[in-house]
Design a protein around this ligand. Sequence first.
Ligand code: ADP
Ligand code: ADP
Ligand code: ZN
Length: 218
Amino acid sequence: MQILFLGAPGAGKGTQCKRLSKHLDLAHLSSGDLLREAVKEGTPTGLKAKSYMDKGVLVPDEVLIAMFEEKLARPECAKGFILDGFPRNLAQAGSLDQLLEKLNKQLTVVINMQVDFNLLTERICGRRTCGNKECGSTYHIKFMPPKKDDICDVCGSALTKRSDDNEEVVRNRLKVYEKETEPLIEYYDARLILRTIDGQGDVDEIFSDILRTIKVLV
Ligand code: ADP
Ligand code: ADP
Ligand code: ZN
């Protein structure tokens, strides 16, 4: 099964994809997580990406396409995968089509997570992430607070705040989403593989909705 998640920054893609990847035992490929890891490790990809990410604009397409070409060909993706954050514009979507064709695969479903625009900034600015890479649990200071301030419930590591999760950069990221990424909704809807999910409300209920949607299809 090849699943793609669409949705604005803060829509809850990461939160749901992590659960779904465990539930279905599929690889979760988050472009943002992969880029942040590359930046942290100081790889050539990371060095190219950093200044764009700091500003909240898209990293050049060729960087992402090369990264996903390499990841999708890995053995852990053979039985399927969940894409989160890639593609993010029409050019990347076209390249993904080509990559999938080479691998003799196609997208099973595209889940579009819908959240009111005026909720997104609050969601993003309150986001905290477990600093332990193996865990990576996501919290929210108001909507999903950890039991102990700044400590991960699951593994006890310190929580971190992303440097691009501040209002100024978020404004850019939301603009970029509307201009570049939103057109993908129509792109996939025209292929009849798009399903829109209400991304507001209880996380467990949203997860059940996603599972129901996927089960109908397979
Ligand atoms: P969010 O979903 O909260 O916006 P991500 O973690 O997905 O954040 O992305 C963080 C940053 O990484 C983006 O602002 C952008 O600079 C870069 N990025 C992530 N995915 C892509 C992509 N597919 N194409 C170009 N840049 C990307
Ligand atoms: P994305 O990957 O789409 O950028 P995240 O999954 O990181 O989004 O979620 C953004 C923030 O919103 C996080 O702090 C997360 O804990 C919180 N969040 C996710 N889903 C919900 C929800 N259903 N209700 C309230 N807050 C949520
Ligand atoms: Zn943790």
